[in-house]
Design a binder for this molecule. Structure first.
Ligand SMILES: Cc1cc2nc3c(=O)[nH]c(=O)nc-3n(C[C@H](O)[C@H](O)[C@H](O)COP(=O)(O)O)c2cc1C
Length: 187
């Protein structure tokens, strides 16, 4: 027997997010910017991120129409707070966070070297949503450290230890721990 009582959604955070990503963008002078993002949705090749309208990230994406979703792993846990600090405009936030940048494949914003994987995106549309804006991007290509590619060519999320933030803004995460095989398959 299972009896469920109503809970406060804000406190229970029953639906928490996909793995935390760190968005890299550049401003109009080419200076790199970073922001951790936990609120996003993927549908096919589209990613929709919820981003605060006052953030540098929002302004940079509107200006340059490009961004990179970098995926930190367990070894990168501490950097998530560093990339999310409120740096003054014009600061190279990748460098300020103690990370390194490398050129992306198809977009101008750089990729974070230390992180296991990344997805390069081009802006499709934006929509205001309360205090945030929804920004939809087309995911045009991805990069993955060979050390985190399994024999089938999948990004090994367990080996990387991708992180799900579950009590935001408290820095409490669930880390991917193992794969389990389900039954049947969607056609
Ligand atoms: C784990 C984590 C998840 C976050 N998720 C979001 C998010 O989904 N949307 C958002 O606007 N800010 C989010 N933030 C806050 C931004 O990373 C933070 O405000 C950052 O300073 C914005 O940087 P910018 O002004 O350089 O763009 C998150 C922060 C952390 C630590």
């Amino acid at each position: 027997m299972c009896y469920k009582s109503e809970t406060d959604l804000k406190n229970t955070r029953i639906l928490s997010s996909d793995p935390v990503i760190v968005i890299t963008t550049i401003d109009k002078n080419g200076v790199p910017n970073t922001a951790a993002v936990g609120s996003y949705l993927r549908i096919g090749s589209t990613i929709i991120i919820a981003i605060h309208e006052e953030s540098h990230t929002y302004h940079n994406i509107l200006e340059t129409r490009e961004f990179v979703a970098n995926v930190p792993g367990l070894k990168d846990l501490e950097s998530i707070m560093r990339v999310s600090r409120d740096y003054p405009k014009g600061v190279d936030e990748i460098k300020a966070s103690g990370l390194r940048a490398e050129p992306s494949l198809k977009v101008k914003p750089p990729t974070i070297v230390e992180y296991p994987a990344s997805v390069e995106c081009q802006l499709k549309w934006t929509k205001p949503e309360g205090t945030h804006a929804l920004l939809a991007g087309e995911m045009i290509c991805g990069k993955c450290d060979d050390a985190y590619l399994d024999p089938m060519g999948h990004f090994d999320q367990v080996k990387a230890g991708v992180l799900h933030i579950v009590r935001y803004p408290d820095p409490v995460y669930i880390v991917a721990d193992r794969y389990v095989q389900g039954i049947e398959q969607m056609k």
